[in-house]
Design a protein. Structure first.
Length: 71
């Protein structure tokens, strides 16, 4: 694994951890905010799933496109 792949992997892990700590929570009927998990509002699981899919996709794409070290 080269430097760019490690950077993309590290960023992906950091973003997933951040999303788990601050998941999208339903505040009111038309309002969703990213609050700490300890606030106790219900988690919007659909938006959480979509964010996870996008993060994993971008991380995988970054790792796949950086197969060789660019200098």
């Amino acid at each position: 694994m080269n430097t760019w792949q490690k950077i993309f992997l590290g960023m992906g892990i950091l973003f997933i951890v951040t999303l788990c700590v601050f998941p999208p929570q339903i505040i009111s009927k038309q309002s969703v905010q990213f609050l700490p998990i300890t606030y106790g509002y219900p988690v919007d699981w659909f938006r959480l799933f979509l964010w996870l899919v996008v993060i994993i996709f971008v991380t995988g794409l970054g790792i796949a496109t950086n197969k060789t070290e660019h200098s």
